[in-house]
Write a protein that binds this ligand. Structure first.
Ligand code: SAH
Length: 288
């Protein structure tokens, strides 16, 4: 349990859970910018462009609470929850800033549960999710008539992420499949889909660092990626778009795309410290 500071600073704190968009700092909503202008504290994910915070919230104390798959410096969810509660109970305007949209592959439910339990007022502001940012940036109409009837947002970061009975359905559907957090498992994914009957000629795009100036795009087929991507390292973040519409990238691509690039988003290097209640009523590691 976190001790609540007794200090009052003249207003009640609140938390705004917001999406910052997929990377391009212009892909953020006006509403999100308004909240950034008001923020005292920003708890930010790794995949949030730093320019966004520098431009719209120079006044705020920024606490990176990034997580990164397979990196042990990731900030535990419990610490993030505690930081939100601590700063809101200290009367601060807290922005919890997430890459893309807040409700797509994010722990928003966990954070909402914490806010409800502690009776902290909150708002939710959506953002452009990576699938939609990448589709625009690559020139891929995700539900192009005659090619796809829908979009499925999925992940295959481990075996349990797709239920055993689902594979046949994924192999058979004409829907566009967008896989988050699945760069490193892409070969296994392609093999699995082929083995369940998906055409080996189905187009697949790997979009790395989509919407940023260092966007890397590779278009191939399920069959060919098995050889072309073997031994390849993937830049994080990476997204897969699978289905007939992916081939439209060749026709509608409207900007220069790189085939190799350095990392755009810095790695998570340190886990955020848990808040501590001291006599001065502010966490020792943060100076307001
Ligand atoms: N809430 C985010 C998703 C968080 S999960 C959203 O709505 O976009 C993190 C995953 O999102 C990454 O592993 C990657 O698959 C995807 N992603 C986020 N930003 C991306 C980008 N700029 N380019 C490619 N994939 C991205």
């Amino acid at each position: 349990m976190i001790e609540r500071p007794t200090i009052t600073i003249g207003r009640k704190g609140k938390v705004v859970l917001m999406g910052a968009g997929p990377g391009d700092p212009e892909l953020i909503t006006l509403k999100a910018v308004r909240h950034l202008n008001l923020a005292d504290v920003i708890l930010t994910d790794r995949l949030v462009n730093d320019t966004i915070i520098q431009s719209h919230a120079p006044q705020a104390v920024v606490i990176p609470v990034g997580k990164q798959c397979r990196k042990n410096k990731s900030t535990p969810q419990l610490t993030i929850n505690e930081l939100m509660v601590f700063h809101a109970h200290s009367g601060r305007y807290v922005v919890r800033l997430k890459g893309g949209d807040v409700s797509v592959f994010s722990n928003i439910a966990d954070e909402l549960e914490t806010l409800v339990q502690h009776e902290i007022p909150y708002e939710i502001v959506p953002g452009i999710t990576a699938a939609l940012g990448a589709a625009a940036s690559l020139g891929v109409p995700l539900t192009s008539r005659g090619l796809s009837k829908g979009i499925r947002l999925l992940t295959f970061y481990n075996d349990a992420a797709i239920a055993t009975g689902e594979w046949e359905n994924l192999a058979a559907t004409e829907d566009t499949l967008v896989f988050y957090m699945s760069g490193e498992t892409s070969l296994e994914l392609a093999e699995r889909l082929i083995s369940f009957g998906k055409s080996p000629d189905t187009p697949i795009i790997l979009a790395e660092q989509a919407t940023t100036p260092l966007e890397v795009v590779t278009l191939t087929t399920l069959k060919d990626c098995l050889t072309e991507w073997k031994g390849r390292t993937f830049l994080s973040p990476a997204l897969l778009i699978i289905g007939k519409v992916a081939a439209l990238h060749n026709k509608y691509s409207w900007k220069q795309h790189l085939s190799h690039a350095p990392e755009y988003f810095p790695e998570v290097i340190q886990s955020a410290a848990r808040p501590t209640s001291s006599k001065s009523q502010v966490p020792v590691q943060i100076h307001f």
